[in-house]
Design a protein around this ligand. Structure first.
Ligand code: NAD
Length: 399
């Protein structure tokens, strides 16, 4: 894994948040940069929910992480859990069920609980983990209601533990590269951002059944895919929308869309004058792309947020430069290593619960506007991100 916590970036973090200074000042000693740590020094993660993401990305990611390791699995399917544990060299007593995982409080092997369940279950299991005295990394979208998101933040504070939302793009090299280019204003001011995040949902896939369920998903395509566009507009600009308008187009005869909206388009207005257009759908061809249009050029990230193979095209003075592939890296390992370093006090928190809550509030505003056929909803409630990822998270191969 490349160096990610340079002296420059730590100083950047200090500038971004004075409150972090004590943590940063003590950031000498071991962290997840450089060579892999000895197993005993790695931070132990319990994965809660053994679905597609856990099995396909997270457990493999922990195998290549430098400072994080798999310590336990939590599942409602004991047989599957025992098999996954055995395949990954975990002892039998590192397998927990949803009902008895309060016992993790007494398990010193577990430092972080990673919640990878359907969205409606995030709050309950996050709060349980805090009550057990553990730190929590929770998948996106943070929850299905802003009230749940607020309760998760309150539980973290009460437990004096870290709550990080698994926004992998905050740690992904190409996204960081674009953020840095924009902070440097190499193509003049940003004027417009366009984000398109969606795919075809499939009712024959159990993983999509809950994503199309209003209560379990909290918003269908918007919470699942659209959240990447909501979040991207904010981290690309490092500012917050002051107003939103949105429109939805849903075919209620399509059996997929009994409870959730399909196509949603929105427009964010930012204080700098930038307009960000966002689109999400569970009934269009797969896309996870964004385009940033500046005064003198365009940055076209397509794909922008795939697990691998992301690609950036820079168009300046009408001339497209050859696409720049993102450096190969395991986004999930980077994200979990970052959480491990936060727990060690060696890195600042970049994607805290407050970031997840801000996206939740904005998605709620999008749905509110769409229900009123594009009525303007004010979103200038004064939120400001504590730490700019571009200032603290290193891009592989760049200073
Ligand atoms: P999945 O459906 O494949 O897995 C969900 C797991 O939860 C399964 O193991 C299932 O058995 C378990 N579960 C427990 N109770 C359940 C219930 N009542 N109904 C359905 N499943 C139940 O889903 P997934 O794709 O792994 O997604 C899990 C979480 O991860 C979601 O919050 C999703 O948004 C998030 N996710 C994030 C990314 C990313 O790139 N960061 C990618 C995919 C998924």
């Amino acid at each position: 894994m490349p160096n990610r916590i340079s002296r420059r970036s730590l100083l950047g973090a200090a500038g971004a948040s004075a409150a972090l200074a004590p943590t940063i000042a003590s950031s000498q000693g071991a962290n997840s940069q450089g060579a892999a740590m000895a197993d005993n020094d790695k931070i132990g993660f319990a994965i809660v929910g053994l679905g597609k993401l856990s099995l396909g990305q997270l457990i493999p990611g922990l195998k290549v992480a430098k400072g994080a390791k798999l310590a336990a699995v939590v599942s409602g399917h004991p047989e599957k859990a025992r098999r996954v544990a055995a395949e990954n060299g975990l002892p039998a007593d590192a397998v927990y069920g949803y009902d008895d995982y309060d016992r993790i409080a007494k398990d010193p092997r577990i430092d972080v609980v990673y919640i990878v369940l359907p969205n409606s279950m995030h709050a309950e299991h996050t709060i349980k983990a805090f009550k057990a005295g553990k730190h929590v990394l929770c998948e996106k979208p943070m929850a299905t209601t802003t009230a749940d998101a607020e309760a998760m933040i309150a539980a973290a504070k009460a437990a004096k533990r870290h709550l990080m939302i698994a926004y992998r793009c905050h740690y992904e090299p190409q996204n960081l590269d674009v953020m840095r280019r924009l902070r440097a204003k190499s193509m003049g001011k940003v004027r417009q951002i366009n984000t398109t995040m969606g795919r075809q949902a499939d009712l024959s896939d159990p993983s999509d059944v809950w994503r199309l369920d209003g209560k379990m998903s909290g918003g269908g395509a918007l919470g699942d895919m659209g959240v990447y566009g909501v979040s991207a507009a904010r981290y690309l600009l490092n500012e917050e929308p002051i107003a939103v308008q949105a429109w939805a187009q849903t075919d209620r005869a399509d059996p997929r869309f009994k409870e959730t909206e399909d196509l949603i388009n929105w427009q964010f207005r930012f204080p700098s004058g930038v307009i960000a257009n966002g689109s999400t759908s569970f009934a269009y061809a797969p896309t996870m792309a964004f385009e940033v249009i500046c005064e003198q050029g365009r940055l076209d990230a397509d794909p922008a947020a795939f697990y691998g193979g992301n690609r950036l095209t820079v168009i300046k003075g009408g001339q497209a430069q050859p696409p720049i592939p993102a450096p190969p890296s395991d986004q999930f390992a980077r994200e979990m290593d970052w959480m491990a370093d936060v727990v060690r006090g060696k890195a600042p928190m970049v994607s805290p619960g407050e970031e997840g809550l801000q996206d939740m509030r904005l998605m709620q505003a999008i749905l509110e506007s769409a229900a009123k056929d594009g009525a303007t909803v004010k979103t200038d409630w004064g939120y400001k991100r504590a730490v700019d990822p571009a200032a603290v998270v290193d891009v592989p191969g760049k200073a």
